[in-house]
Ligand binder design. Structure first.
Ligand code: SF4
Length: 79
């Protein structure tokens, strides 16, 4: 899925982009790690979210963090 289709997550500091070996990209919500109200992979596009926060990431970048699917990821091997 194109990052254009992730809605407001694409401008949120808590979004990470996860790339699979099959060429798909998923929007991971980092807030889900500490707050169960937020799904790990929200249904996109997200049009409203109480956790949305615009601004710089802790590493100083404004772009989403990008990484490959970790081995313990529940989506690993399913897509
Ligand atoms: S906090 Fe909300 S807007 Fe931000 S990445 Fe998570 S689901 Fe998307």
């Amino acid at each position: 899925m194109s990052s254009d289709n992730f809605g407001i997550c694409s401008a949120c500091v808590f979004q990470s982009l996860v790339h699979t070996t099959r060429g798909s990209t998923f929007s991971l919500c980092e807030r889900s790690r500490e707050d169960s109200r937020y799904p790990r992979y929200p249904r996109v596009p997200v049009s409203a979210c109480s956790g949305y926060s615009e601004g710089r990431r802790s590493d100083g970048t404004e772009q989403p963090a990008e990484r490959a699917v970790p081995e313990d990821d529940p989506l690993a091997g399913e897509r």
